[in-house]
Design a protein around this ligand. Structure first.
Ligand SMILES: [Zn+2]
Length: 298
């Protein structure tokens, strides 16, 4: 596990030349991304790299794009008992302006923080996914659902992956289920299990913790529904994702966290998969699902 930082700047930025000369001065092997007027330079480095702290201070001082995230070696992922799963975003749920009402029981839903919705109808899609290589697929806005091709259903059924069911997905225009796309029905852990000590928490209340965050905060509350008081967390990019080991015992091989992460009205559950699923998918070289973050059990 290692904290990695990435500094990036586009060539039309007034800070571009300054960053380039700083990289050259420090002998950083930066990358140039040729893309016409949107060309950029970027440099990814470990927290242990020479000049790491100088570069971070320089980026912060000059207000440059700086992204920091934990990076794990593949062997760390493969040896973990549980791993976080992620799929790509390929299309929008339908209807785009009311998919929440069309897909979820919203009796407990809060439109301010996005928490409390419970799926009770199939997802509706405009068309089949056009990604032919990927057997696992995902949507924009909905980061805690996984869509699959029939071969995944056969594979999971033949290898005793426990606790998953499959849901139909509806072609929005014809109202008919797709015959080659299904949704994995992933059960949610029934009790709090995420260790939240070092996470940035966001409470659904007037002028909450996010109000003071540059880029997302707002000086005044948006007009809207009453605040529900529930708490969610920012995605822990630079902190390990930790769960209570005792809460994960005896669960199915795919589960969703009880807690949500996200900012603004975004609220998604973490998707956790057991080691045997990760190994099976890697062994069969099935595409479309990523495993980058092991779950730290406490
Ligand atoms: Zn709320």
């Amino acid at each position: 596990m290692e904290l990695q930082h990435r500094i990036l700047q586009f060539s039309n930025s007034p800070k571009y030349e300054l960053l380039k000369s700083t990289f050259q001065k420090l002998d950083c092997r930066y990358q140039f991304n040729e893309n016409g007027p949107l060309s950029s330079i970027e440099y990814t480095f470990s927290e242990h790299a020479p000049y790491a702290s100088e570069l971070i201070s320089f980026a912060k001082l000059n207000d440059l794009f700086l992204q920091s995230a934990l990076h794990y070696e593949e062997k760390e992922v493969l040896s973990a008992e549980w791993v976080e799963a992620e799929v790509g975003e390929f299309q929008y749920p339908q209807p785009e302006d009311s998919y929440i009402e069309a897909t979820y029981d919203t009796r407990n839903y809060c439109s301010r923080c996005g928490q409390g919705k419970k799926q009770d109808r199939p997802f509706r899609l405009k068309k089949d996914f056009s990604q032919k290589q990927a057997q696992f697929l995902g949507l924009h806005w909905v980061f805690d659902e996984i869509f699959i091709r029939p071969m995944v259903v056969s594979l999971f059924n033949s290898t005793e992956i426990a606790g998953v069911k499959y849901l139909d997905v509806i072609h929005h225009k014809t109202n008919q289920p797709f015959d080659n796309v299904f949704q994995l029905d992933i059960p949610t852990i029934e009790e709090p299990a995420l260790i939240v000590d070092n996470l940035f928490s966001v409470t659904c209340k007037s002028q909450n913790e996010e109000s003071f965050v540059k880029g997302i905060g707002q000086l005044k509350d948006r007009p809207g529904a009453p605040f529900c008081g529930r708490v969610k967390y920012h995605y822990p990019l630079t902190e390990p994702i930790k769960f209570k080991a005792s809460s994960l015992k005896g669960l199915p091989d795919f589960v969703k966290s009880y807690e949500c992460y996200g900012s603004g009205a975004g609220a998604n559950h973490f998707i956790l998969v057991r080691n045997k699923v990760v190994r099976l998918i890697k062994e069969k070289k099935i595409k479309g699902i990523g495993f980058r973050r092991p779950i730290h059990l406490v």
